[in-house]
Design a protein around this ligand. Sequence first.
Ligand SMILES: Cc1cc2nc3c(=O)[nH]c(=O)nc-3n(C[C@H](O)[C@H](O)[C@H](O)COP(=O)(O)OP(=O)(O)OC[C@H]3O[C@@H](n4cnc5c(N)ncnc54)[C@H](O)[C@@H]3O)c2cc1C
Length: 521
Amino acid sequence: MNRAEMYRRLHAHAGPWDMIVVGGGATGAGVAIDAASRGYDVLLLEQSDFGKGTSSRSTKLVHGGVRYLEQGNVSLVMEALKERGLLLQNAPHLVHNLGFVVPNYDWWEAPFYGIGLKLYNLLAGKYGFGASRILSREETLERLPTLNTEGLRGGVIYFDGQFDDSRLLVNLAATAAEQGAVLLNYARVTGVTKDGDGFVNGVTVRDAEGGQEFAAAAKVVVNATGPFTDDLRRMADPAVQPIVAPSQGIHLVLDGSFLPGDSAIMVPHTSDGRVMFAIPWHGHTLVGTTDTPVEEAALEPAAQEREIEFVLGTASLYLARKPERADVTSVFAGIRPLVRAGDSGNTAALSRDHTIRIENSGLVTICGGKWTTYRHMAEDCVNHAAILARLEERPCMTACLNIHGFHASAARYGRLEMYGSDAPELLRMMETDAALAEPLDGALPYVAAEVVWAAREEMARTVEDVLARRTRALFLNARAAIRMAPRVAALMARELGRDAAWESAQVGAFERTAKGFLLAP
Ligand SMILES: Cc1cc2nc3c(=O)[nH]c(=O)nc-3n(C[C@H](O)[C@H](O)[C@H](O)COP(=O)(O)OP(=O)(O)OC[C@H]3O[C@@H](n4cnc5c(N)ncnc54)[C@H](O)[C@@H]3O)c2cc1C
């Protein structure tokens, strides 16, 4: 993926696009893949970087959602479990099977969760990840040696998927490009254009890099802007009522020693009646999440003090070594674009199903859902959008479409597994130029070649793109990421032909963003 080439193709395009997709998160990228692989002519516009919104800030689970089963939403769980299986099949370099242990401290928990999790596995049918079973106290501690042992009776283990969200997103963008879509990051949609009958027939765009404004026409415009859904809806019709109830979730990242081994902890009932996870992720421990209704969606949301205290407090109940603020290497927040249901103030109870709306203006809005179900959401959306745009009806192709990087045995590349079929090229770069094999910081395993690769092949435009979403440095260890920034800026400047002023501006901008990921002692 090359931004200059995308820009050239955009401006060389004659006539209206079949479809313009606004938003480069999981939903928008999924729609772009689906439409492009059906042979439609697609343009995707993202105001910032691909995945800058919610799609890089998830719990990193490809799951059916045990909690939704408890809420009785069996069809949502079944659909998500099928999508989980398809994602493992189509992107095995990024999705992994992980054991989740529900620790039991009360006598009734083992039979209760044992039955529920059996049903969870049953609903997956042929897409199952492995049978759940009840564990003895010893077996539980074998899997989770750092668990709080006071009153521990045993546990129940079940299996679910885990992934790297922004790496998958970058690979989805590449897949859409391979299918013929044009994708532009740092291109903000500033307005919609309409025909004489008042129907949306395109968008106006501002290129954040060059500052130019331009218009692009389309037979149908898809609004996949996640938490910002209502902003675009209002651009098309200022009178529309909001449909999004933004809900914030935060995660704390701790050192890997808090959860050694390869099993996760699943807490089915926190004191606020939610589910919480502690998960091993890239050599660290990820703990979260909260569900806090917020007034406004921000592109860089900030964790609230009471959320931080809540996650630390809950983790302390289950971990033998109680995590302190000083143990937190990164904290990040994301906004769930949940669809409103009346006046309920409790966003945890809102449906995680997706919603497709055809507005009176002809704008197609897709909102809600989950990362796990992005493919199914996209299929549903394109089915509707194609009819509206009077496009020739063509079947969805994505159920068996390999995601960019697909590799049946990428584990052989060790830490570079997540690059899948791109890993050999990264290894070749490091062999050819030993400087590219140098680590960027002692605290994290990332090397210079990954920076060059991100700028050259993955449309990374800023230091933050590399440190937050092409690598996960900022999400794993914000202090280490800050230390890495000058070297990353220098490598990128050489690759992208930028000057020293750009480098220092980039380092400054990154430090300002990264401060939000640091936890004050
Ligand atoms: C804390 C948390 C944990 C979660 N954990 C999981 C999980 O473990 N598993 C799971 O399956 N799901 C999970 N989810 C849900 C999942 O992350 C979201 O459903 C999904 O990422 C939403 O993707 P999206 O593309 O709709 O929104 P986003 O990723 O926010 O994408 C919308 C994009 O639109 C862009 N945009 C907005 N306005 C404009 C404009 N005017 N012009 C151009 N671009 C624009 C934004 O910059 C943004 O990049 C979690 C969500 C949260 C908040």
